[in-house]
Design a protein around this ligand. Structure first.
Ligand SMILES: [Zn+2]
Length: 344
């Protein structure tokens, strides 16, 4: 049953509540970079990032994630509180994002998957892009056996390569070539697999495509000494993002404990101080369980960030802080989104 005018009453109630309750907005970025293609929509270009920082400075009071408790108890509700975070630990966070954060004096937290700090491999979804979405030739047929299931694709004329379709991304409904269809399907198949199994398949795929698995300069992750430089100065705080960036809900609890505890210990050893915050890889509600939340709490973190939209209020679950995912918008679009989010 719908009560006439109930939505208007709810909106008014929310506006009145928003006037009296401190709220914070956590933004989720991944990369500050300009690449020929970005199928997972992870990049914000440096020029757009500058525009975002200008909007953030104009609109909000920026705080460190570690100051969230204090900030939510504060009395200055005239200015919006904004927290900037980055997930994964790409090298561009040091070279492209940090100088701009410094220029605009905006603090940030970077959540790092520690298994990638030394391995000289790209994130598995970047490797998939490298294997399937280039313009050179590939073999005619791809056969895969994963978890006792067989998959086979005929690439037909798309085996020859050609057009780049550089503006294609996974949010689009269409797949312009068989390669895009395979990329999308293999992504879904690999997504829940344990890391060792996934790595084996990636090595097989790289050999099939005639490629090496060394990281491209444009897609590499932070090195240990770069992590330390990123944290140097205190404007950027480092948080944990597990070791291998798995879907935690797909792992037995013992492996989740290992992923979470080992990542924290690794970062603390490198940085020489306690690491207080965590972000769930992928971060949707299906990507972790209540047991995962307990593991994170018991591991000694103060906060954990998720990846679903929402404002943070004093009564928000500190182990599942919502965040707003930011895309490569110009300043005008970013400001428009921000105003919508603040009203939510
Ligand atoms: Zn991530």
């Amino acid at each position: 049953m719908t009560i006439p005018g109930i939505d208007r009453v709810r909106r008014t109630a929310r506006r009145v509540t928003n006037m009296f309750v401190s709220r914070a907005m956590i933004l989720l970025y991944h990369r500050v970079a300009e690449l020929p293609q970005d199928p997972q929509l992870l990049c914000v270009s440096p020029s757009h990032f500058i525009e975002h920082l200008q909007v953030i400075r104009r609109w909000g009071r920026t705080i460190q994630l570690g100051k969230l408790d204090q900030a939510l108890q504060g009395v200055d509700r005239r200015r919006h509180m904004i927290i900037v975070t980055f997930d994964d630990g790409y090298a561009d966070n040091l070279y492209n994002a940090k100088p701009l954060l410094e220029r605009y004096d905006v603090p940030a937290t970077v959540f790092v998957a520690t298994g990638y700090l030394r391995c000289k491999r790209e994130f598995w979804y970047d490797e998939l892009e490298k294997i399937f979405l280039h313009t050179g030739p590939l073999p005619d047929t791809l056969r895969l056996k994963i978890n006792e299931r067989y998959y086979e694709w005929e690439l037909g004329s798309d085996a020859n390569g050609g057009e780049s379709f550089s503006d294609w991304n996974v949010s689009r409904k269409d797949d312009p070539t068989v390669r895009h269809c395979i990329y999308r399907t293999v992504f879904q198949i690999l997504h829940p697999l344990p890391d060792t199994e996934r790595q084996k398949i990636l090595e097989y795929l790289a050999a099939w495509a005639g490629m090496d698995t060394a990281s491209r300069a444009t897609h590499r992750t932070l090195l240990p000494q770069e992590l330390i430089r990123l944290a140097d100065g205190g404007l950027v705080e480092i948080g944990s993002h597990t070791v291998s960036h798995p879907v935690l809900s797909a792992l037995p609890v013992a492996q989740q404990v290992d992923e979470i505890a080992r990542s924290k210990a690794c970062l603390e050893e490198m940085l020489g101080h306690r690491v207080a915050s965590f972000a769930y890889p992928f971060g949707g509600r299906s990507h972790y369980t209540q047991e995962t939340v307990g593991v994170v709490r018991d591991a000694g973190f103060d906060w954990a960030c998720s990846n679903f939209a929402g404002m943070v209020r004093p009564n928000t679950d500190r182990w599942q802080l919502p965040r707003f995912l930011v895309r490569d918008w110009d300043g005008q679009e970013f400001a428009h989104r921000l105003s919508q989010w603040f009203r939510s």
